[in-house]
Design a protein around this ligand. Structure first.
Ligand code: BG6
Length: 300
């Protein structure tokens, strides 16, 4: 695998010998591109996304930490944070790459590449708004691993403070689809969810999910999810230690409201499936760590 930096050092791209590639922006450690061997893009990225560090990236995989959504007023520790926290608005450090032969693929000699990124409370790149609003000592290691058939993103949060802190973690993945009206999500049948577009009421999923309007739901469920289009499985998402999944599509009106969402009918070509731990809080005592990961496989 080859790993290259852009001239201004803002982006790192890793490419497998078989052609698959990922591009990660150091701002937010945001994965902004994932291509298969035929150079077909798998993640949706707004054509108006800001990639210059002035705004969280609209598309790709922004990282949500230490709070999901608008900070809840009744949770003092996070109440001054910006929506979705500061991980996505901080400049991360590239810690290095490692390559390995994918397990189980010895015969074909498939290679994988892992890129590691770090952000700590002492980092120069930490968003000053985050530092002021969340005064804990912490360390984050984010690993992005590309195989021929899948992409894994994994976050380790360590509490380096004397005090305990509460946090939430979420990987805000924007998957690319051709036509949202043909998309179904399965694997959440019978799971409970909070419906953010219906006064945050708690409901139970029945059958597959179809997106037919603005959708913003926080599911609680384990097990694999599949995203299919026209009956063909596009993605299989598995999770480690992330027991929530947010399913989000802004649809017509919300897409209009977002200045950085382009083209305006781009909601037809995207679907956010966001593994996270956001239903309550992960409370980490001094020295404790939390690790969560998602793997997005192409096909079944
Ligand atoms: C989702 C939330 O995770 O992110 C939505 O559930 C929110 O409520 C969406 O609108 C986008 O958030 P942002 O801050 O990137 O505009």
């Amino acid at each position: 695998p080859t790993v290259n930096f852009s001239d201004d050092n803002s982006l790192v791209t890793a490419t497998l010998p078989t052609g698959e590639s990922i591009t990660v922006l150091l701002y937010g450690a945001t994965v902004i591109s994932w291509k298969d061997s035929s150079s077909t893009e798998k993640l949706w990225l707004s054509s108006a996304a800001k990639l210059d560090g002035t705004k969280p990236v609209r598309g790709g995989i922004p990282l949500v930490f230490p709070v999901f959504g608008p900070p809840p007023a009744d949770h003092a520790q996070t109440s001054s944070l910006p929506q979705h926290g500061f991980a996505r608005t901080s400049r991360w450090e590239f810690l290095g790459k490692s390559t390995s032969e994918s397990s189980g693929d010895q015969q074909t000699g498939d290679l994988s590449v892992k890129l590691d990124f770090g952000l700590s409370s002492a980092a120069d790149g930490l968003d000053p708004k985050g530092k002021a609003a969340w005064p804990f000592k912490f360390n984050l290691i984010y690993s992005v691993t590309l195989n021929r058939r899948d992409l894994t993103t994994s976050l380790v949060v360590t509490n380096d403070d004397e005090r305990a802190f509460d946090c939430q973690v979420l990987m805000h993945t924007y998957l690319k689809v051709k036509d949202i009206t043909n998309v179904t999500i399965s694997g959440l049948d019978s799971s409970s969810y909070v419906d953010k577009v219906d006064a945050a009421s708690t409901k139970t999923q029945s059958g597959e999910i179809r997106i037919e309007g603005e959708t913003d739901r926080v599911y609680t469920a384990d097990g694999p999810l599949t995203v299919s289009e026209g009956g063909k499985t596009l993605f299989t998402v598995t999770r480690d230690n992330l027991s929530n999944v947010v399913v989000w599509n802004p649809w017509v009106e919300k897409a209009k409201d977002m200045g950085d969402f382009e083209p305006k009918d781009g909601y037809k070509e995207m679907l956010c499936v966001e593994p996270g731990s956001v239903g309550g809080w992960q409370t980490l005592e001094k020295g404790d760590a939390f690790e969560g990961a998602q793997t997005i496989a192409l096909g079944a």
